[in-house]
Design a protein around this ligand. Structure first.
Ligand code: 13P
Ligand code: SF4
Length: 307
């Protein structure tokens, strides 16, 4: 629309004038992917933030991702379009719950999915993302691991490593977008697109993962179509990913596993609040020095294990 075009122009001008780098997660709406300097998965974005020289970043995604950027770059100014974009799964775990589990299993290291709050990270030994969870768990020198908050990613890690994964907080820890995918959805999608291969995020349930050809993070999802001759893929993750895949692989077709695979929080970022964020620079991410220092440790431990 004309309004959208006008906002995009204004955003481009302000971004240049105020010298901001825009980093966006793969799930944000197509218009925002287009105005981002870089889009990526949560691991790629966390890494990138430390590599770029610019000390002003506008982050488009949800709060735990912006916090991770701040923890790794405390001197940079990180702003977001809205403080309301959060991750219910990340919020399902609390420091109190972690402490309770630690009392019960004092020898088990705590591995937290980056989809967790900074306060929880401050109590963890390692973080991991969906791109490296299996690798991190394999490399940790312990057969028992306290793992949270995603029970589905936890079960995936257990399956791939053979280790005993104790899910924290347990049954309540899941992503409502991915946990909703069902065996029925896979059957229907395969009937509709019999030649397509299915790619699914490890946040999906085991029974669904087991029916799919590939399992990977949103960053890893960008690699499979390149390595596979198949022309059609069914994508089992948030709908935003369809835009990025279709744009990158123009000669291949991508269908959502479920049209309703929508993360409402990712969708709270829009052209209007991105424009206002650049105009007012008021939604800044601020964490206490203590939290930054403590939460940095498990993230750096993750990077060390990946070397
Ligand atoms: P990725 O690390 O694969 O980008 O996933 C982040 C996320 O929130 C998945 O729902
Ligand atoms: Fe959280 Fe799920 Fe949204 Fe990812 S898609 S940010 S895990 S609610």
């Amino acid at each position: 629309t004309a309004i959208a075009r006008d906002l995009i122009e204004k955003i481009k001008i302000l971004k240049k004038e105020k010298n901001y780098t825009i980093l966006g997660h793969n799930y944000v709406i197509p218009e925002l992917q287009e105005i981002s300097d870089i889009t990526g998965d949560s691991l790629q974005l966390a890494r990138l933030a430390t590599e770029i020289e610019n000390d002003r970043i506008l982050f488009l995604g949800v709060d735990f991702m912006a916090e991770t950027l701040k923890i790794l770059n405390p001197s940079k100014k990180i702003i977001v379009p809205t403080k309301g974009a959060t991750c219910p799964m990340a919020n399902s775990l609390t420091p109190e719950l972690i402490k309770k589990f630690k009392e019960k299993y004092p020898d088990a290291p705590v591995v937290l999915y980056v989809n967790s709050t900074a306060k929880c990270k401050a109590l963890a030994d390692y973080t991991c993302t969906s791109a490296n969870a299996v690798e991190i768990a394999k490399k940790i020198d312990s057969e028992v691991i306290l793992f949270g908050p995603d029970k589905n990613l936890g079960s995936y890690v257990a399956e791939k490593t053979g280790k005993k994964i104790i899910p924290i907080p347990g049954d309540r820890g899941y992503c409502y977008v991915h946990n909703r995918f069902s065996i029925e959805d896979v059957k229907l999608a395969k009937e509709k697109h019999p030649d397509a291969k299915i790619i699914v995020h490890p946040e999906a349930k085991k029974e669904v993962r087991d029916l799919c050809e590939y399992i990977g993070s949103t960053g890893q999802m960008m690699k499979f179509p390149k390595e596979d001759e198949t022309k059609e893929f069914i994508i089992g993750t948030e709908i935003g990913m369809i835009h990025k895949l279709s744009k990158t692989f123009k000669n291949k077709k991508f269908y959502p596993l479920k049209e309703l695979g929508i993360c409402n929080n990712m969708k709270k970022n829009n052209l209007k609040n991105v424009y206002e964020a650049l105009l007012f620079e008021n939604n800044e991410i601020n964490l206490t020095e203590e939290i930054i220092e403590k939460a940095k440790i498990p993230i750096l431990n993750m990077f060390k294990l990946m070397e």
